[in-house]
Design a protein around this ligand. Structure first.
Ligand SMILES: Nc1ncnc2c1ncn2[C@@H]1O[C@H](COP(=O)(O)OP(=O)(O)O)[C@@H](O)[C@H]1O
Ligand SMILES: [Mg+2]
Length: 230
C-alpha cells in the first residue's frame, strides 16, 4: 500500500532523514520506533505532504505522491493524527471530528461520524463539550477519531502515547485495535516501544535519520526496547 524508497528529508542544512526505505502492506500495522529527534515526524509529515522530499520516492497504492498536495493525499485515503494531539480547543468534540471530514459531502460525513461514534463511545458521551475541557487522553481519542473520520485506507499516527498516563495508553491502544479490526492499515510512530510493539506486526528502528533495523515484532523487540532507553 505504501512504499517509501530511499527517502531523504532536509531542513536547510540539516539532514533529518537519509536513504530511508519503508514498506506498509494492506491490512498491516507498522511501527517506527526511535528516540526524540530520530526523524519519525519528518517521515510521517513527508507522507502527508507537509514537508518536501529531498530525495527518493513515496508511492501510495501505485501512485507517486511527489507533487501531490496535502488535501489530494487525504482524498487518496491517507489519514493523519499529528504529534501532540492537536485539537481545536474551542470547538466541541463533534465539531472536531467533523473538521476531519472537510471536503466530504455532508451526508457521507454524517455517516462517517456515526461510524466513528460507534467505535469511540467517548465521542457520544462528550459530544457537545469543548475539546479544551477534556483530559489529554480524551483529546488524543478525539484527534485519532478526527484522523479516522474519513475512513482512510492508511492511518498515520504520530506518537499517540506521548505524555499520557498508562491507563490512557491502554485506552488509546484499545481504540487502535478497534480500527485495526475494521480493516484500517496503520503506520505509527512511538518513542515508547513497549506498549507500541503490542499493536503492530512489524517495526523499523530509526536513529539519527536512518533505519537501523527492521523486522517482525519478535525479531526487533530487544533492539527496539534498548532504543527506548537511549
Ligand atoms: N522544521 C524544522 N526545521 C529544522 N529542523 C527540524 C525541523 N523539524 C525537525 N527538525 C530536525 O530534524 C530532526 C528530526 O526531527 P523529527 O522528525 O521531528 O524527529 P522525531 O519526530 O523522531 O522526534 C531533528 O534533528 C530535528 O531537530
Ligand atoms: Mg516527532
Amino acid at each position: 500500500m505504501l512504499t517509501i524508497e530511499n527517502l531523504g528529508v532536509r531542513y536547510g542544512g540539516i539532514e533529518a532523514l537519509h536513504d530511508v526505505s519503508i514498506e506498509v502492506k494492506r491490512g498491516e500495522s507498522v511501527l517506527l520506533v526511535g528516540s526524540n529527534g530520530a526523524g519519525k515526524s519528518s517521515l510521517i509529515n513527508s507522507v502527508v505532504g507537509l514537508v518536501p522530499t529531498a530525495a527518493g520516492r513515496i508511492v501510495f497504492n501505485g501512485k507517486d505522491l511527489v507533487g501531490v498536495s496535502c488535501p489530494a493525499r487525504a482524498r487518496l485515503g491517507i489519514g493523519y493524527s499529528p504529534e501532540g494531539r492537536r485539537v481545536f480547543s474551542s470547538l466541541t468534540v463533534t465539531e472536531n471530528v467533523l473538521a476531519g471530514t472537510t471536503g466530504i459531502p455532508i451526508a457521507k460525513a454524517m455517516a462517517n461520524l456515526e461510524w466513528i461514534q460507534k467505535i469511540f463511545p467517548l465521542l457520544v458521551e462528550r459530544a457537545d463539550q469543548p475539546a479544551n475541557q477534556l483530559s489529554g487522553g480524551q483529546q488524543q481519542i478525539v484527534a485519532i477519531a478526527r484522523a479516522a473520520s474519513t475512513m482512510p485506507k492508511l492511518l498515520l499516527l504520530d506518537e499517540p502515547f506521548l505524555g499520557l498516563a498508562p491507563v490512557w495508553i491502554g485506552h488509546i491502544s484499545d481504540a487502535i485495535r478497534e480500527l485495526q479490526r475494521r480493516g484500517t492499515t496503520i503506520l505509527m510512530t512511538e518513542q515508547m516501544a513497549r506498549p507500541a510493539l503490542k499493536l503492530v506486526d512489524r517495526a523499523y528502528v530509526i536513529r539519527n535519520g536512518e533505519v537501523r533495523r527492521s523486522g517482525t515484532v519478535d525479531e526487533i523487540r530487544d533492539i527496539a526496547l534498548a532504543e527506548e532507553y537511549l
